[in-house]
Structure formats: structure tokens, C-alpha cells
Design a protein around this ligand. Structure first.
Ligand SMILES: Nc1ncnc2c1ncn2[C@@H]1O[C@H](COP(=O)(O)OP(=O)(O)OP(=O)(O)O)[C@@H](O)[C@H]1O
Length: 248
């Protein structure tokens, strides 16, 4: 479903990702863990070409989604980003109503059918486990929601354009424990329909939500394994040292 083949990535002269190859399977949750600055977010952002926006960067190797090289000639980046949605660390709703936040992606994609938009907004809010909390205040500003609700709104906004992949960069790190557990439950239920890749600083969270875990260090993928194995009996001593808190 998602594959990296011998990926190297540079910010100017800085070699941020070193020869990374890995496959992330459909309908699984893959977590990336590792010390600050090891390249987790950089790697995640490659898969919807968010790093394209940063000048002076260079990529070698291949990033494939459904077998297609997403940096190949003729790739439509807007289409790619519809298929590969992204949720960021801090909830970033638009200064619009709850309804319009979710409808936004459909509208910019030229959808005009009001009944269809209403239906997608409801489905997406339900998919993000937010519908019951907001169904009576869809016209209110998104800023009236709590941080945790805003993050689920951003997930609903990503779901509205029917992606198959969701990239999440520390989606719960700005949230309180109850909102965090709601996001974790949501991730668990979303994997039935979506392929999810999540960057997290929180190792318990990786252990709770993911099927597979990749441990990065200094731009290298040190170990990629089933999450259970990774946390109980990792293959590499560096992984063991990291998850037991010997450094980080
Ligand atoms: N826009 C940028 N320009 C130059 N260097 C960058 C840029 N973004 C990230 N880097 C560098 O690339 C390396 C990897 O950063 P990245 O944000 O991917 O790490 P991370 O593992 O996600 O870290 P964190 O857990 O702290 O978010 C770091 O050394 C960082 O300083």
C-alpha cells in the first residue's frame, strides 16, 4: 500500500533520512517512534509531498502509494493529497463554521451538490466520532469546540474527501488524557477503512494503537517490526535501550 524504497532525503546539505526502505500495509496502523529530530515527521511528510513546500530539499529513492511512484512524472499532487490526508499536532481548524470546515475539501474540489455535501459532512463527522457532539451546532464557529473536538474536526475534514490513507503527526500530543484516549479509540476504529501512519513521542500510545512500529534514530530506520515484538522483545539493542528509557 505505502512503500519506501532506498529513500534518502536532504535539507540542503543536511542528510535527514538515510536509505530507508519499508512497506506499510493497508488497513493497519503504523507508528513511528524515535528521539526528537530523528526524521519521523520528515519521513511521514514525504507521503503526501508536504516537503515539496520546503526550498532546498532533495529526495532520492522511491515513495510508492498503491504501487505508483508519487514523485513520478505526471503525478497530480492535489489528487495525491486527496488520497493521502494529513492531521497535524495542533488542531488547525479554519475560521469557519463546523459544517464549513468539513465541507471545505469538497467545495474546493468543485462539488456543488448540497445534499451530497450534507451527507458527506455527516458521515465524516460520524467517522471522526464527533457527530453526536456537534450535530445541533453545525453553524457555530469551529473555534467554539474544545481542543480535542477541534482535532476530531480536523480528522473529519481529512475524511470528507474520501482518502485511503491518513498521516497523523503527533495528533494527540496537544490534548488532555481524555481527548487523547478518544483519538486513540478513533484511530483504532478508522483502521477498518483507512491505512494510518502516526508519528508519536508517546511510546505507550504507539504500543496501544499500532500494529507495526518503526524506530528511527539519526535519520535511519533502526528497526521495523510488529508492535508487540518491538515492545516485548525487539531485535536491536538500540530499540531496547530506547524503549526502556536509556536515552531519548
Ligand atoms: N525545514 C527544515 N529545514 C532544515 N532542517 C530541517 C527542517 N525540518 C526538519 N529539519 C531537520 O531534520 C531533522 C529531522 O527532523 P524531523 O522534524 O523530521 O524529526 P522528528 O523525528 O519528527 O522530530 P520531533 O520528534 O522533534 O518532531 C532534524 O535534525 C531537523 O532539525
Amino acid at each position: 500500500m505505502i512503500e519506501a524504497k532506498n529513500v534518502d532525503f536532504y535539507y540542503g546539505d543536511f542528510h535527514a533520512l538515510k536509505n530507508i526502505s519499508m512497506t506499510m500495509e493497508s488497513n493497519t496502523v503504523t507508528a513511528f517512534i524515535g528521539p526528537s529530530g530523528c526524521g519521523k515527521s520528515t519521513f511521514l511528510r514525504l507521503f503526501n509531498r508536504m516537503n515539496d513546500l520546503i526550498p532546498g530539499t532533495r529526495l532520492t529513492g522511491e515513495c510508492l502509494v498503491d504501487g505508483n511512484d508519487i514523485y513520478g512524472k505526471g503525478v497530480n499532487v492535489d489528487e495525491l493529497r486527496k488520497n493521502v490526508g494529513m492531521v497535524f499536532q495542533k488542531p488547525n481548524p479554519f475560521p469557519k463554521s463546523i459544517f464549513e470546515n468539513v465541507a471545505y475539501g469538497l467545495r474546493v474540489n468543485g462539488v456543488r451538490d448540497k445534499a451530497f455535501i450534507r451527507q458527506r459532512v455527516e458521515e465524516s463527522l460520524a467517522g471522526a466520532a464527533l457527530w453526536d457532539e456537534v450535530k445541533d451546532k453545525l453553524k457555530k464557529s469551529a473555534y467554539e469546540l474544545s481542543g480535542g473536538q477541534q482535532q476530531r474536526l480536523c480528522i473529519a475534514r481529512a475524511l470528507a474527501v474520501s482518502p485511503s490513507i491518513l498521516l497523523m503527526d503527533e495528533p494527540a500530543s496537544a490534548l488532555d488524557p481524555i481527548s487523547t484516549s478518544k483519538i486513540e479509540e478513533l484511530i483504532h476504529s478508522l483502521k477498518k477503512e483507512y491505512t494510518i501512519v502516526i508519528v508519536t513521542h508517546n511510546m505507550q500510545q504507539a504500543a496501544r494503537v499500532s500494529d507495526k512500529t518503526g524506530f528511527f534514530m539519526l535519520g535511519e530506520l533502526v528497526e521495523y517490526n510488529d508492535t508487540k515484538k518491538m515492545f516485548l522483545n525487539p531485535d536491536k539493542v538500540q530499540t531496547q535501550n530506547y524503549i526502556t528509557g536509556r536515552f531519548g
